[in-house]
Structure formats: structure tokens, C-alpha cells
Design a protein around this ligand. Structure first.
Ligand SMILES: CC(C)(COP(=O)(O)OP(=O)(O)OC[C@H]1O[C@@H](n2cnc3c(N)ncnc32)[C@H](O)[C@@H]1OP(=O)(O)O)[C@@H](O)C(=O)NCCC(=O)NCCS
Length: 225
């Protein structure tokens, strides 16, 4: 069991899921947001179907369910499903009444700590693009964009054992500076186009041609895969 503090400085305990959690998990899975954001379960299911799914989940050695508890209350779950080639699919639900308090990051982080137990998996989470809180939660736990389709992204994290918490903070700081600096670059462009449009266009054309050359080299590289 892992004990951590979340944003409201309350203790969070992580424990294995039990048969007695079936009702709580049913309520959380049934919640509209959870259904809307799940790739597989885009429709409601009855209690019997849920029980079948839940029993199979607990009995399957390739799948692990963890429950987060605060003040004796169950506040959410993290599920790990082992796939091929070290890949482990991760999903998270925070109980509807506990959402929006910054719980998801520490719930995921703590569940990962308990799950790892000396393993070095590649975690993957499929997240709906509209699901901003979920994407934030995975990004804050060091997941990066691995794949993208029209409505979903796959966020992944290779586990090497290195403590990367402070690395993510530095990377997030760089990301936010870059975002701001991008606005500065676009402002220069606007200035150039309004004060010397012909010369600015000529320069832009050269930049675009060179970018095309770089892209061709990149394609040479990726075609070799
Ligand atoms: C996804 C989920 C676990 C996130 O938990 P949560 O308690 O709602 O989110 P948190 O309060 O921990 O916030 C996480 C981040 O999202 C941001 N956030 C929260 N609600 C938001 C909203 N409605 N819109 C935009 N951002 C939001 C928070 O500011 C925070 O970002 P920050 O750390 O940069 O400040 C929860 O919403 C949930 O259970 N959803 C249903 C199931 C689901 O979608 N699971 C994910 C599929 S794998």
C-alpha cells in the first residue's frame, strides 16, 4: 500500500481492488463522462454485465485494479492491462464527486508506484481529444504523445526507473516559455509584413523552401524504418 498527499494535503492510500468494490466501480463506470471518454464502452451496460466484467478483471492475472482511498472513502481507480511487448494499458477514473480537486495526478502516480514492483513496462493510455483533464493528468505523470487519430491520442511513458519528476518540471517550464516565445516570433512576422511586405515575403519563401528540404531529409530517415 502507498500513502501520498494530494493537493488538499489529505492522505491517499492505494490498495488492490476487491470484490466489495463492484458497486462503486459500477457507479463510476456508468457516469456520463466516463462513458463518453471511453473508447470501448460508448454505451451503458447493466449491473449483470458489469459484474461479469468485474469478476473477470479481478480473476485475470494480466490485469490489475487499484483503488485510491481518502478518509476511508474510495475516490477512484486505476487499471493496468498487460499487453504484448512490455506494453501496459492504463486507465483511470476519479469518482464524480471527487473530481476537479487535483486528485487524478497523485492517484495515477501512486498506483504506478505500487504496480511497478521492479518491472519496466511501457505504459499506454488512449485518451479522447476532448478529455482535457485526463490528458493533463497523464502529461503531468510524464506521458508523451505517442500516436494520434481523429478523436483520440495514445499517451505513453517508458518506465526506466529514473526519477523523472524534476525533469518534467523543467520540460514543462521550457514548454511554456516556448509557447510565449512563439507569440513573439509571430509578432515579428506581422511587423515585417506590415512594414516591408515584399522583402518579408521573399524571406518567408526562402524559409519555406528550406523547411521543405529539411522535411525531405526527415522523410528519407523515416522511410528507412
Ligand atoms: C480524467 C479524470 C480522471 C481527471 O480527474 P479530475 O479530478 O477530474 O481532474 P483533476 O482535478 O485532477 O485535474 C487534472 C488537470 O485537468 C485540469 N482540469 C480539470 N477539469 C478540467 C476541465 N473541465 N477542463 C479543462 N481542464 C480541467 C486541471 O486544472 C488539472 O490540470 P493542472 O494540473 O494543469 O492544473 C476524471 O475527470 C474522470 O474520472 N473522468 C471520467 C473517466 C475518464 O475520462 N478517464 C480517462 C480515460 S483513461
Amino acid at each position: 500500500m502507498v500513502r501520498s498527499k494530494h493537493q488538499n494535503h489529505q492522505s491517499l492510500f492505494i490498495r488492490r481492488g476487491l470484490a466489495a468494490d463492484a458497486d462503486d466501480v459500477y457507479q463510476w463506470r456508468l457516469d456520463n463522462l466516463a462513458i463518453k471518454n471511453s473508447k470501448r464502452t460508448r454505451q451503458t451496460f447493466d449491473r449483470t454485465a458489469h459484474q461479469r466484467w468485474f469478476d473477470q478483471l479481478l480473476a485475470d492475472p494480466m490485469r490489475s485494479l487499484y483503488i485510491g482511498c481518502t478518509n476511508g472513502m474510495s475516490v477512484g481507480l486505476v487499471r493496468f492491462d498487460t499487453k504484448k511487448n512490455r506494453r501496459v494499458e492504463v486507465s483511470i477514473i476519479v469518482a464524480p464527486q471527487f473530481r476537479g480537486h487535483g486528485l487524478s495526478k497523485v492517484l495515477l502516480e501512486s498506483a504506478i508506484q505500487v504496480y511497478l514492483n521492479g518491472n519496466s513496462p511501457i505504459f499506454e493510455a488512449t485518451v479522447a481529444k476532448i478529455n482535457v483533464p485526463s490528458a493533463r493528468c497523464f502529461h503531468k505523470n510524464g506521458f508523451y504523445l505517442a500516436k494520434e487519430s481523429r478523436d483520440y491520442v495514445v499517451l505513453a511513458r517508458h518506465w526506466s526507473g529514473r526519477n523523472v519528476e524534476s525533469d518534467w518540471k523543467i520540460i514543462e517550464a521550457i514548454q511554456s516559455i516556448r509557447r510565449r516565445n512563439n507569440t513573439n516570433w509571430m509578432d515579428i512576422l506581422k511587423l515585417a509584413l506590415s512594414s516591408a511586405p515584399d522583402e518579408a515575403m521573399e524571406l518567408l519563401q526562402r524559409i519555406s523552401d528550406d523547411d521543405a528540404r529539411v522535411n525531405m531529409r526527415l522523410k528519407d530517415l523515416t522511410d528507412k524504418k
